[in-house]
Design a protein around this ligand. Structure first.
Ligand code: AGP
Length: 614
């Protein structure tokens, strides 16, 4: 989490930094700050309520900010220390001549801080990051350059970092380095840039490179030198940029979440484009790195992911087992690497991550690679860290997703994984060609179905209005409806701030049903699948205990409607593809509940879009 940015070699660095920070805000918005190197030393502005307030701070009152050609900036998701101004980055050293921004966690910060304080340093914040400024200061007192000071400082550090620093004595230089946390650098004409992520620099340059772990970049106007932490020449990885600045904008919508929900038909269509060869067989991109022999030799699939991506993985388990006949496990990434997963060369491990940077998933995939077998990543970001490290990548083509709540990337993950399940079935001969062709036809028809559901947002808004005062929600589903329920509950929690439990409907009677009472809202995924009748029984059980019932049901299904106080209607599709359609009204429900409660859907409290800490 946290986003960092830097620029050197422009006429006026501040607007560039603020624009970039605005685009990085999805990585955290507890506080923000910038530091400029001016003729008279460093100038710094920090604020505790996100980038907008930094902008306000700079344009409102006081002396106008100085003109500077170089600066660094930071938007924070707090880990160590409250989200107040004192803990906001950039952090100075004791001299006030060095400023530093950091994303990641310095795990041994306490012992480093203790030694620094013993050595006479005064640390002014509660963050783990500030120790880095003072460690560099210590090295520079011994006469080293800023770059060498950072190299030496980082040799003492355990944990993760994407870090950038400037110093008044080297007024055109930014030094930056990374380990685990992502960092990209670029040069365009006489200007050099760095940022945590591609969207921050879209519009500024398309010549971007990703630093590898333990690489350090020295950025001067129009030049870049990359070394390892011992000063040896190193080569960063060139990035392929297929997004443009317009795609990362709000495009006239009230918020990014609405924009991204409405982009879902296009995103699903793009993800499926070109996957059927002229002879009718299904194909994956070459980037997936899975030959026919590979597909046939797989004996087991292991999916590793977090949050909404984990829910997409749960849907995929049903599809891969049913269509391809392969045993499939789905693991929460933060747990996976700390148990002893049994993998071998015939296991296909699939990491699902829209960002490709989530550290839990990244580390889980590294653990999987060590144990053998192929690692495939399903990611939305070209050349993300996971994409670069995996044996193959299956890209969702959703375009940049800025809203913290995953919407279009979640649906495209399901679609990409179901496509993979069909390709596995085709290679292994577990389904007839005709059935595979028919399922692919139905996948390709999903964008039109989604368009029809998008028209119904106002109907969902009316239901949400009725539920404005409810605090306790249960989301229930069975079979593939279960992950849909989990995802619906996650959306409600993260942007509407209601207590929302997602459950397999059949599991409720084993304990949680004790919580059902008049006023509890039960949202059921009750579109027709093989367990629909059992699902109806489970709904009866909670209805008879006074719950208010909201059901996602198929158009015209009066038997389902008889059980509900409120219906969220969707067209019927093949049950295995239904999660793509059924998720949409639940996205809307969370959205309208959040609106009714006055929440900022793009900036939910305590969250960040890309989670790069454990
Ligand atoms: C869901 O709305 C959240 N944004 C979150 O659960 C997210 O899916 C999770 O953090 C995983 O992110 P990733 O797909 O980028 O790895």
């Amino acid at each position: 989490m946290c986003g960092i940015i830097g620029v050197t070699g422009v006429d006026d660095a501040l607007p560039v930094l603020l624009e970039g920070l605005g685009r990085l805000e999805y990585r955290g918005y507890d506080s923000a700050g910038v530091a400029l190197v001016t003729n008279t030393g460093l100038w710094r502005a920090r604020a505790a309520e996100g980038t907008h307030s930094v902008r306000d701070l700079l344009v409102g009152g006081g002396d106008p900010p100085p003109l500077a050609s170089i600066g660094i900036g930071h938007t924070r998701w707090a880990t160590h220390g409250q989200p107040d101004t004192g803990n906001a980055h950039p952090h100075f050293d004791c001299t006030g001549r060095l400023a530093l921004v950091h994303n990641g966690i310095i795990e041994n910060h306490a012992e480093l801080a203790r030694d620094l304080v013993r050595g006479g340093h005064v640390l002014t914040s509660k963050t783990d990051s500030e120790v880095l400024s003072h460690l560099i200061e210590t090295e520079m007192v011994r006469g080293t350059s800023l770059a060498e000071g950072l190299r030496r400082a980082l040799r003492h550090v355990r944990g993760s970092f994407a870090v950038a620093a400037v110093h008044a004595e080297e007024p055109d230089l930014i030094v930056a380095a990374r380990r685990i946390s992502p960092l990209i650098v670029g040069v365009e004409g006489g200007t050099s840039f760095l940022a945590s992520d591609i969207p921050a620099l879209l519009g500024a340059t398309r010549r971007l490179f990703a630093l590898e772990d333990d690489q350090l970049a020295e950025l001067r106007p129009g030049t870049m030198r990359v070394t390892d932490l011992y000063g040896a020449h190193a080569r960063p990885a060139a990035l392929t940029i297929d997004w443009d600045a317009a795609a990362a904008g709000q495009d006239g919508y009230d918020d990014f979440m609405t924009k991204e929900i409405h982009e879902q038909p296009k995103a699903v269509a793009a993800t499926l484009r070109g996957r059927r060869a002229p002879d009718g067989t299904l194909v994956l991109d070459e980037s997936a790195g899975l030959s026919h022999d590979d597909l046939r030799s797989i004996e087991r699939v292991c999916i590793v992911a977090c949050g909404s991506s984990y829910h997409a993985g749960l849907v995929a388990k049903y599809a891969i087992e049913q269509w391809a006949g392969l045993p499939t496990d789905v693991d929460i990434a933060s747990e996976f690497r700390y148990r002893n997963p049994i993998l071998n060369e015939r296991t296909l491990t699939i990491g699902v991550s829209q960002s490709g940077e989530t550290v839990d998933t990244l580390q889980g995939l590294r653990a999987a690679r060590e144990r053998g077998g192929k690692v495939l990543v399903v990611s939305n970001v070209v050349d993300s860290s996971m994409a670069r490290e995996a044996d193959g990548v299956l890209y969702t083509r959703a375009g940049p997703e800025v809203g913290v709540a995953a919407t279009k990337t979640h649906l495209t993950q399901i679609v990409a994984l179901e496509l993979l399940a069909l390709v596995l079935a085709q290679a292994r001969g577990t389904r007839a060609a005709g059935e595979i062709a028919s399922l692919m036809d139905q996948l390709l028809a999903l964008p039109d179905t989604l368009e029809a559901v998008l028209e119904r947002t106002k109907d969902v808004a009316e239901v949400a209005q009725e539920l404005t005062d409810a605090r306790d929600f249960f989301y229930l589903g069975r079979h593939v409806g279960h992950p849909v329920a989990l995802e619906g509950a996650l959306k409600a929690k993260e942007i509407s701030y209601v207590r929302a439990e997602g459950y397999a409907a059949g599991e409720l009677k084993h304990g949680p049903i004790a919580l059902i009472e008049p006023g509890t809202v039960v949202v059921g995924v009750a579109t027709r699948n093989c367990l629909w009748e059992k699902m109806c029984s489970n709904i009866e059980e909670v209805r008879s205990r006074g719950a208010t019932i909201v059901l996602v049901g198929n158009d015209g299904d009066e038997r389902t409607a008889d059980l509900a106080d409120h219906m969220l209607w969707v067209p019927a599709v093949d049950p295995m593809l239904a999660p793509v359609v059924d998720a949409l009204p639940l996205q809307f429900l969370a959205y309208w509940l959040a609106q009714a409660r006055g929440h900022d859907v793009d900036r939910p409290r305590n969250l960040a879009k890309t989670v790069t800490v454990e």
